[in-house]
Ligand binder design. Structure first.
Ligand SMILES: Nc1ncnc2c1ncn2[C@@H]1O[C@H](COP(=O)(O)OP(=O)(O)OP(=O)(O)O)[C@@H](O)[C@H]1O
Ligand SMILES: [Mg+2]
Length: 305
């Protein structure tokens, strides 16, 4: 995004605040700014992209088919997957397929201090707590007619879990300090890298909420289990730079043999690093030594061996 555009957005936000519409505009702006650089189209015809995601492994095809099948319904969806595996992209794809006219709003439950999450989600009335200088709509109201993406749901405190469950059952929210509820039509998509079944067993996640959120569960496979997708992603990320950089067969083999604990995000960052080091071709010498070392002696992903 250019500096001018950021400046202009800041001015518009200030203006909306002066007009008392700050709480309306802020979440939309945040949703816009939070948008990842989703792959809208393929940089070259041989990169397979479906629903904004690169991949054509059998595992990812199953995910794409599920998103297409349930996209249009408004049932809650739980996306489970390791860090960096693309949970947010799947949530956005669900929103895009749904045709819902409202906004897609992401909220990271782990990033908001426990005491503030209720006001973030449900809004608050002026004077309901120190610092509540004006009425404020929460994300449920801002995402009315759209999709609310509750990321890291496993980190939501137990008292908030009860409140969320009530909203999912009644489709009504009550702002903090308010005495009136308001109807909302919001599709909730939740995601976590944790094992919610284990959390339920040890009582750190409510079983009733798990069943509510888990109407459909999408298990996003880790990158190391998507046979053949590393090569597509490498072509995609290098092609996106538009510099014509390629990976040598040895470098590609090392990347394919690595097991990517940080999944697609880690691969993306590794390629950024390699591109920054320069050259027309990425060689094993331009890759992180630990990635090359870890891959040595292991068969490359998606290849017999
Ligand atoms: N299939 C894919 N094709 C292209 N880019 C992808 C794909 N999957 C993930 N990415 C990219 O990888 C990065 C991480 O994806 P995303 O944020 O969706 O993962 P996540 O599972 O939500 O991660 P975290 O657990 O850390 O929140 C983003 O930059 C995203 O655009
Ligand atoms: Mg995420």
């Amino acid at each position: 995004m250019t500096k001018e555009l950021v400046e202009r957005l800041r001015e518009l936000l200030e203006q909306a605040r002066r007009e008392g519409r700050g709480s309306e505009v802020e979440p939309l702006l945040r949703s816009f700014l939070a948008a990842p650089a989703a792959p809208a189209e393929s940089p070259s015809p041989d990169v397979p992209i479906t629903l904004g995601m690169v991949g054509d492994s059998a595992e990812m095809k199953r995910v794409f088919a599920l998103v297409e099948r349930i996209g249009a319904s408004d049932v809650p969806v739980l996306i489970q997957g390791e860090t960096g595996s693309g949970k947010e992209l799947v949530a956005r794809a669900l929103h895009d397929v749904s045709g819902r006219k409202g906004a897609f709003l992401p909220e990271n439950c782990a990033a908001v201090p426990a005491g503030l999450l209720e006001s973030e989600l449900f809004g608050h009335k002026r004077g309901s707590f120190t610092g509540a200088h004006a009425d404020r709509d929460g994300h449920f109201v801002a995402a009315d007619g759209g999709t609310l993406f509750l990321d890291e749901i496993g980190d939501m405190p137990l008292d908030m879990q009860v409140k969320l469950l009530r909203v999912l059952e009644t489709h009504e929210v009550r702002p903090v300090g308010g005495n009136k509820t308001c109807k909302v039509d919001v599709r909730v998509v939740a995601a976590t890298h944790r094992n919610l079944d284990e959390m339920v067993a040890e009582r750190s996640f409510r079983e009733d909420l798990m069943y509510r959120l888990n109407v459909v569960r999408i298990a996003l496979p880790p990158l190391r289990e998507r046979a053949g997708d590393v090569a597509h992603l490498v072509r995609f990320f290098l092609g996106r730079e538009g510099r014509g950089t390629r990976a040598s067969p040895q470098a590609l083999a090392a990347l394919e043999a690595y097991d990517w604990p940080g999944n697609v995000r880690q691969l993306e960052n590794e390629l950024r690093r390699a591109l920054a080091l320069g050259g027309d071709t990425i060689e094993t010498s331009t890759l992180s030594p630990d990635i090359v070392a870890a891959g040595n002696g292991r068969p490359a992903q998606g290849r017999p061996g």
